[in-house]
Design a protein around this ligand. Structure first.
Ligand code: SF4
Length: 698
């Protein structure tokens, strides 16, 4: 209870992977007041601008209130039967790989579990991928190559205890603001040094001791040089390296790399290496600047190699730390919500793993190979291989690279289903069937944040109209496709218990870090669940991984991965002389479907802009607030110029948020080509090539 006497409901902020706890107080008229939960271990009561404006983003005006089929309101019965019939008939005629689900890190773990079970176990295809592919797939791939599983070693407490925190391709101050506040608090207490490695001078640089404005894509060369310096200076932890394979090969690759590609001075590089090597407690945080790259997985492994060589992993104040963008990107990974994963950190390509999951689910079919990853999936939609696609809580018609081609592919697909809270997105407008889904404050379930802490999201207000939770919609379609007993779920608690029990099955394969300790959780305890970090097994609870030198490859050793610098896929040339970087703004989220509802948030940076260096602006005759046209080999956008030396000469920066609904001529993903990392399938969203010209409206 708060001072008003009304009950407050504990839940979780639905925006980013920090996973802050919130206290929600409904006003009885569909609104809610929001404050930070002082007891939540991620934020201890803090909220950022987006989290504190959550109350402004609920409301019914913008909501989809009933199922729609070809633009007309229909009953749930009609709409769901149509979805089940069309998916079943498409599979019968063209096979299971002719259908696909494209889902979202906004889904709760229970929603994700049901979608994954339906596609992989009962439809018999692995064609389920997620917009998290655009966010952290390279980190997943890097973890699997080094550790044997996608296991995040560290915790947020490591930030409190580190003496040096290195932010690589991570504007923590804007994209994970509460984590950044936590870092600044630690800095006040213990003088933590902060280094930012980013081509752009971001808000995170304001509090940094050092900013290394390296050339885009050259992170591998920098961390390779660091690994070589670690060796030369005698800082290798030989005892820890005994728990690994491949050190010599990785070191040879590192020494063969050329540090000049970073564009950094010898002094800058030497100071960074000295600081890193001479500081015992180092945390290296990385996010989209590392992941969203055609060499994203290699960048991740270059970072992991340095931590493995020094044994700086899994001990207090030490470790590599991938921070996730979306509220439940981690939960999706846990239940296998990516086209190349099986549930519970098991592997699709492993026959024993497949057999165990199939047996547990009593499933009729299991795919033997990876499904289509996001970029490939929409190419398959465009060329007709995918004939029925269900898109859930995401807006690929504007958020995928090569967005015009993706939009056209969706428009050409014979059957498109969209589940969302609104029917007014660019993607929803292309749907044959629109299904109204409950929003974050209207449904129950769990999410997992970047440091593996599972938190409850709790229903605080009723969903408007006929909106339903996603797990319920998915399970009903599963039942109508003929899989009644497998999808006979009555509540999210029931789904969570099944997921927890399946995670226990993974123990026989050495995956001893699951949530099997919750497989018998009662409805009451599920309802009361307090935040807790996995693993949660009868013998293990929370904590850090790998300090004991035990990893998840068959020999229980970690692997160094030899990596070499590779330039971004697109090369600048006279026609396209600028390198385009993209990223988030402090007060917007994804394609603004929620944040644009808050006048306070929209006031921060109210229109799409392009940051351009003063020297380039002068040469092009571009003045402050002029309109500029940005043209790449695949598309163009018109933005307002902001002249700033936060970008390097020859580089420009634009944000990702504006859509066909909010600014039709400023869809930045229409400019970005769909080049992907060959290991992770993650697209390169931060190194396109473009031309910039002054634009005069007619
Ligand atoms: Fe929400 Fe992320 Fe802000 Fe926390 S830091 S309040 S999770 S947006």
């Amino acid at each position: 209870m708060d001072g008003s006497g009304l009950p407050e409901i504990r839940s979780t902020c639905p925006y980013c992977g920090v996973g802050c706890g919130v206290l929600l107080r409904p006003d009885g008229e569909g609104g809610i007041a929001v404050r930070g939960d002082p007891e939540h271990p991620a934020n201890f009561g803090r909220l950022c601008s987006k989290g504190s404006a959550l109350g402004e983003t609920v409301g019914f005006e913008h909501r989809l209130l009933s199922p729609m089929v070809n633009g007309s309101a229909r009953s749930w019965n009609d709409a769901l039967q149509l979805v089940a019939d069309r998916f079943s008939s498409t599979i019968a005629e063209h096979g299971p790989d002719s259908v696909a689900f494209y889902v979202s890190g906004q889904l709760l773990t229970e929603d994700y579990y049901v979608a994954n079970k339906l596609m992989k176990g009962f439809i018999g295809s692995a064609n389920i991928d997620t917009n998290s592919r655009l966010c952290m797939a390279s980190s997943v791939a890097g973890h699997k190559r080094a550790f044997g599983t996608d296991t995040v070693p560290g915790t947020y407490e490591d930030l409190d205890e580190a003496d040096l925190v290195v932010l690589v391709g991570s504007n923590l101050a804007w994209c994970h603001p509460v984590l950044h506040q936590r870092l600044l608090t630690a800095r006040k207490k213990r003088g933590t040094k902060i280094v930012v490695i980013d081509p752009r001078r971001t808000a995170s640089c304001n509090d940094a001791d050092m900013h290394l404005a390296l050339k885009p894509g050259s992170d591998v060369a920098l961390f390779n040089h660091l690994l070589a310096e670690v060796y030369e200076s005698g800082a290798v932890d030989a005892d820890f390296v005994a728990h690994t394979n491949g050190f010599d090969t990785a070191l040879d690759a590192a020494r063969a790399d050329v540090i000049s590609v970073t564009g950094l001075s010898d002094t800058q590089i030497a100071e960074f290496c000295k600081l890193w090597i001479n500081t015992e407690k180092v945390v290296t945080i990385y996010s989209q600047g590392v992941n969203q790259s055609t060499s994203g997985s290699d960048k991740v492994n270059a970072i992991l190699n340095s931590h493995l060589a020094t044994g700086r992993i899994g001990t207090p104040g030490c470790g590599p730390f991938s921070v996730t963008g979306q509220p439940n990107a981690m939960g999706g990974r846990e239940v296998g919500g990516l086209a190349n994963m099986l549930a519970c950190h098991l592997d699709l390509e492993n026959a024993d793993h497949r057999a165990a999951v199939r047996h547990f689910w009593n499933a009729p079919a299991m795919p033997k190979a990876h499904g289509l990853k996001a970029v490939d999936m929409f190419q398959a939609v465009g060329d007709g291989r995918i004939k029925a696609l269900w898109i859930i809580h995401t807006n690929p018609a504007v958020s995928m690279p090569d967005a015009d081609a993706v939009r056209d592919a969706i428009a050409s697909c014979p059957f498109i289903v969209v589940s969302d809270i609104t029917g007014a997105t660019d993607t929803a407008r292309l749907a044959d069937v629109l299904l109204p889904a409950s929003a974050w404050a209207e449904k129950d379930g769990t999410v997992t944040n970047s440091d593996r802490t599972i938190s409850r999201q709790r229903k605080a207000i009723d969903a408007p109209g006929q909106a339903r939770p996603d797990w319920d919609i998915l399970a009903e379609v599963g039942r109508r496709m003929g899989f009644a007993s497998a999808f006979d779920f009555a509540s999210p608690a029931e789904i969570f218990r099944e997921y927890a029990a399946l995670s226990g099955v993974a123990e026989q394969f050495g995956r001893d870090f699951d949530v099997s300790g919750l497989s018998k959780i009662s409805d009451v305890h599920y309802d009361d669940m307090t935040p807790q970090r996995w693993p949660i097994t009868p013998t293990r609870q929370g904590g850090r991984f790998f300090a004991d030198g035990q990893f998840y490859h068959p020999d229980r050793k970690a692997r160094f991965v030899p990596v070499r610098f590779k330039p971004p896929a697109a090369k600048t040339e006279p026609r396209f002389p600028f390198r385009l970087n993209t990223g988030r703004l402090r007060d917007q989220w994804h394609t603004m479907t929620r944040t644009a509802l808050s006048p306070r948030l929209s006031a921060h940076l109210p229109e799409p802009f392009l940051d351009i260096h003063p020297a380039d602006a002068g040469r092009l005759g571009v003045g402050t607030a002029d309109l500029v046209r940005l043209t790449s080999p695949i598309g163009s956008a018109i933005l307002r110029a902001r002249i700033t030396d936060s970008v390097q000469p020859g580089h420009v920066f634009a944000s990702i948020h504006w859509t066909g609904e909010t600014a039709p001529s400023a869809r930045i993903d229409a400019v970005i080509a769909a080049a992907t990392d060959p290991v992770s399938g993650q697209p390169e969203s931060k190194a396109s090539v473009v031309s910039v010209t002054r634009f005069e409206p007619a």
